[in-house]
Structure formats: C-alpha cells, structure tokens
Ligand binder design. Structure first.
Ligand code: CO8
Length: 260
C-alpha cells in the first residue's frame, strides 16, 4: 500500500498535518493540494480540533515548492487552474476559524513558502531556508506569494526575495518578519507543540475573533476595520468563555474554556 500524501495525528486538541513526500522534498502536486484542502476543511468542522500544526516529512524540507515535474508540461489554462487550486486551498487555511502554525523544519521554497505564509504563525528551525525561487524557473509566485509576502513583510523584502529568487536563512527570515520565531532544529517540535498547546487551552471563540478581525480588517479601511473589531468584541459578551475568563481573573484562578 502506498503511503498517504498527508499524515494526520492528533495530540489532544492539536492536529498535526504532515505533507508526506519526503523523496520529493514534499513538493506540492495536485493530489497533495487536494489532500491539504480536504484535511483543513474537515478540521475546521471538528470542534475537538482547536489548533493545527502543519509541517513536512523528513529531515530536509517543509515543502520545496510546487511540483516542477507536474508543472513542466502544463498549458497556460492548466497553469492557471493549478495556481487557482493552490490559492483556494491556501485561502481556506488563511481563513480557517482556528489557528494554524507552520512548523518550518527545512526548505520552504516557492509554493512551500506560500503555504507557510497562509498559516497564522510560523516557527522555523535555525537550519531552515525560505525563498521564492520561481524566477529561476521562468515563473513567478502563483500561490499568493507576491501578495501575502507583500502584506506580511512589505515591498522591499518581497521584491528582494521574488526578484532575486535567492533563499534566505532562518535568521534573516526572522529579521524580515517572515517567521515569528527561530528555534534550534532539535527543539522545533517541542517548542511548536508547546505553543500549539497554549493556544489549545485558550478560548476558541476569542481566537476566532482575532483571526476574523485580522483577516477582514487587514483588507479594509481603518474605520471599517475598527467597526468590525467593535462588533466582534461585543459578540464575545455572548460567550460562556468570556464570563469564565473574566470571572476566573477576579477569583484568582485559571480559566477553563469550553468553546461556547
Ligand atoms: N518539485 C518537484 N520535485 C522536487 C522539487 C520540486 N519543487 N524540489 C525537489 N524535488 C525533488 C528533486 O527533483 C529530487 O528528486 P529525485 O531524487 O527524484 O531526482 C528530490 O526532490 C531531492 O531534491 P534534490 O536532489 O534537488 O535535493 P538537494 O538537497 O540537492 O537540493 C533544493 C534541495 C535546493 C531544495 C532543490 O531540490 C531545489 O532547488 N528544489 C526546487 C526549489 C524550487 O525551485 N521551488 C519552487 C518551485 S516553483 C513553485 O513553487 C511555484 C509555486 C506556484 C505555483 C503556481 C502554479 C502554476
């Protein structure tokens, strides 16, 4: 039996998804894009899953890009369809109502960096390298890289990475704001899971409110964004978790959040 393209393991309320094509440095072919889309959509609908961690199998790569062998013969229409297939999946991840952490365990190149960019947080091993090398293939980023990198790290960094195609190391990625944290490779899993667990213990509807505000507010004007935030803030007062969180503070105890 062939190994699945995507492995899924639950650690309590944390679901770890692992792209599983280590022989091809976890390159994203169409089947892997579809498997990711299905897995994220399913996780969104499962209340028991509060946080997701996304990583790549093997010691070398998170994801080394879209599958170049699969892309090589494509027509323009097929190329566009392939880009849209990846973009839809990544938009699903970006707008997921629960946090997704990219555990960047090695190369995150091209479509691999784009996959990490659509996650909400990125923790990189100090050995990781990230970049948008598409120009070297006569291509440009197609899974949202030119847009998400621009929004995350700004124009200078985006133009540097996308025009030169040269990867940067984890320390430089941190400096550019592309990753949130860099940790020793040997501690990557432990530190990522500790962060995931911390989020899993938080109030799920509050996390969702933050994700919604950042996703929506990041794309509209300040007045509209503030109004949206105020509405989301007000909605929190309808949750049991808000009563629990504020009461626990006043009673000097730890809150227990139930997700409603
Ligand atoms: N696609 C397909 N196969 C890949 C990819 C990839 N992106 N990356 C690595 N592989 C394969 C290699 O072909 C090799 O396979 P095999 O053993 O069968 O020959 C295997 O993985 C191991 O790779 P290497 O032998 O090359 O390993 P090295 O340690 O020597 O090098 C590198 C590691 C530097 C990461 C190197 O593999 C590399 O440069 N890979 C390609 C990186 C790249 O250019 N990525 C961007 C791809 S384009 C893209 O992502 C566009 C996204 C938007 C698409 C929109 C749709 C149209």
């Amino acid at each position: 039996m062939t190994e699945p393209l995507l492995l899924s393991n639950d650690h309590g309320a944390v679901r770890v998804l692992t792209v599983n094509r280590p022989d091809k440095l976890n390159a994203l072919n169409a089947a892997t894009l579809d498997a990711l889309h299905a897995a994220f959509a399913a996780a969104a609908a499962e209340p028991a899953v509060r946080v997701l961690v996304l990583t790549g199998a093997g010691p070398k790569a998170f994801v080394a890009g879209a599958d170049i062998a699969e892309m090589n013969p494509l027509t323009p229409v097929q190329g566009r369809d392939f880009a849209l297939r990846g973009q839809r999946m990544m938009r699903t991840v970006e707008t997921l109502p629960k946090p997704v952490i990219a555990m960047v365990n090695g190369y995150a190149l091209g479509g691999g960096l784009e996959l990490a960019l659509c996650c909400h947080l990125r923790i990189a091993a100090d050995t990781a390298r990230v970049g948008q090398p598409e120009v070297g293939l006569g291509l440009i980023p197609g899974f949202g890289g030119s847009q998400r990198l621009l929004r995350l790290a700004g124009r200078a960094a985006t133009l540097e990475l996308c025009l030169t195609g040269a990867p940067v190391d984890a320390a430089r990625a941190l400096q550019l704001g592309i990753v949130n944290r860099v940790v020793p490779a040997a501690e990557l899993e432990e530190q990522t899971m500790a962060l995931a667990q911390q989020l899993a213990n938080a109030a799920p509807l509050a996390l969702r409110g933050v994700l919604d505000c950042v996703n929506y507010g990041g794309e509209c004007g300040i007045e509209e964004g503030l109004a949206y935030e105020a509405t989301q803030f007000g909605l929190m007062f309808a949750t049991d978790d808000m009563r629990e969180g504020t009461t626990a503070f006043l009673e000097r105890r730890k809150p227990t959040f139930v997700g409603r």
